[in-house]
Design a protein around this ligand. Structure first.
Ligand code: UT7
Length: 413
């Protein structure tokens, strides 16, 4: 257990005016079963397992199946996180999904997950900050908790990156994979949890990494570019070496700044959970910070770059491997499109007295998910029925009774 030092210029670790802290109370991850190895890619791209492994550290990545999507992966990760936190969906006040591959421009993927969970008291929105998105989203949720405005939040990082790959572009398509991770944040008066965050952006790097979509000025101004392969609608482009240089430049400073804000130093850190983009980036960051590379959690070998999902997935695996204990100081660091980058210091563990005593069984949560599905369907069916009734015969006698019945049906919820 780390004793947090008290020598910060603001007089030690942060104390928040409300006396409230945002603790991580649950976590979960979901990855598709389908594995795409480097050897599989060799079969259709001019590349090699050797090149991919030595330049990136990646051996394989997961690919979403036909029936999987950003929301379905996010939902599975969220359900696990709720299980660990032992809370019911109705207790959630906020759902944030960090993603660059949402189901739609709107409605948000967060709204879909909120609905499928049955989190009927929660607000929901997506957050777009590319591979830094998860850290941004956790900070938004933690701030809302510490202000006293909400008590419980679900933060999901979910991506189906393989669907925005240009599979003819060997410099990007070998890097990315699909998956999701989630955490539940809870309010507590006990010190700890999210201690600090540093969020940054430099939009002058907008031409280095991105996915053009509807409303894109680039595509509207130069349709020929989108046709000749440089910019493709809904496909990712990246200038890898520039992004590599940017990443190695910002990671170290960003971590040190977040630690300083938390009144801590590198010596206090038990584990750094970075965005998983390239193992060489982590080696370079470790060298710059003069720390052992093992201080950085790395699982890029098995999942590739899952953008906003990579930090929560790496966190879940670090927990599974027993690399995180109560009281440990963790640093999350993300970097990517925007350009954006972000670091966050988290003191792990919710003290026992603050933990729920398993008031809710697995069964009650399962019933809640089934109920949510039926409720959502019933509402849509009623709405469609009402529309049909209005179209056929506004004010009709028998049909009016039907509508009344349908409205009563809705009241069951
Ligand atoms: O999550 C968001 C943040 N993203 C990142 O952090 C990614 C950062 N960038 C990187 O990880 C690396 O820049 C890459 C892995 C994308 C590329 O590695 P690199 O060492 O920077 O290679 P490069 O782009 O400078 O290309 C070197 C050579 C080129 O050939 P020439 O021009 O030297 O003949 C490329 O055409 O490697 C070639 N190349 C490939 N060769 C075999 C590029 N991609 C491949 C490939 N297989 N897949």
């Amino acid at each position: 257990m780390v004793i947090l030092n008290n020598n910060h210029k603001n007089g030690g670790r942060p104390r928040f005016d409300t006396g409230l802290y945002a603790h991580v109370a649950g976590w979960g991850m979901a990855v598709p079963e389908n594995v795409l190895t480097n050897e599989d890619i060799e079969a259709f791209l001019e590349t090699s397992d050797e090149w991919i492994r030595t330049r990136t550290g990646i051996r394989e990545r997961r690919i979403a199946g036909e029936r999987e999507s950003t929301a379905s992966l996010g939902l599975r990760a969220a359900q696990q996180a709720l299980e660990v936190a032992d809370i019911l969906p109705v207790e959630l006040d906020m759902v944030i999904v960090a993603t660059s591959t949402p189901e739609h421009i709107f409605p948000s993927t967060a709204s879909l997950i909120q609905d499928q969970l049955g989190a009927s008291r929660a607000g929901a929105f997506d957050l777009s900050a590319a591979c830094s998105g998860f850290v941004y989203a956790v900070d938004m949720a933690a701030q809302a908790i510490r202000s006293g405005s909400i008590e419980t939040a679900l933060v999901v990082g979910a991506e189906t990156m393989t669907r925005v790959m240009d599979w003819q572009d060997r410099s990007t398509s070998i890097l990315f994979g699909d998956g999701a991770g989630a955490i539940v944040l809870k309010s507590s008066e006990i010190e700890g949890g999210v201690l600090s965050a540093v969020l940054r952006s430099d939009g002058s790097g907008c031409d280095l990494l991105g996915i053009p979509t509807v409303g894109s000025q680039d595509v509207l101004l130069s349709p020929e570019m989108s046709q000749n392969g440089h910019l493709k609608m809904h496909k990712m482009f990246m200038h890898g070496s520039e992004v590599f240089k940017f990443a190695t430049r910002v990671i170290g400073d960003s971590i040190l700044e977040a630690l300083d804000k938390a009144g801590l130093t590198l010596d206090d850190v038990d584990l750094i959970v970075p965005h998983q983009a390239n193992d060489r980036i982590l080696q370079s960051a470790a060298r710059a910070l003069k720390v052992d590379k093992d201080l950085f959690m790395s699982n890029v070998e098995r999942y590739g770059n899952t953008s906003a999902a990579s930090i929560p997935i790496a966190l879940c695996e670090a927990l599974e491997q027993g690399r995180v204990e109560d009281g440990d100081v963790l640093v999350f660091v993300g970097f990517g499109g925007g350009l954006t980058w972000a670091s966050m210091v988290v003191q792990w563990g919710v003290p026992d007295e603050d933990m729920q005593t398993h008031r809710f069984s697995k069964q009650r949560r399962k019933l809640s998910y089934i109920g949510a599905r039926w409720r959502s369907r019933a509402i849509r069916t009623r709405r469609n029925l009402n529309e049909t009734i209005d179209r056929i015969r506004p004010g009709g006698g028998r049909l009016k009774r039907l509508r009344h019945k349908a409205d009563q049906h809705e009241d069951f919820d």
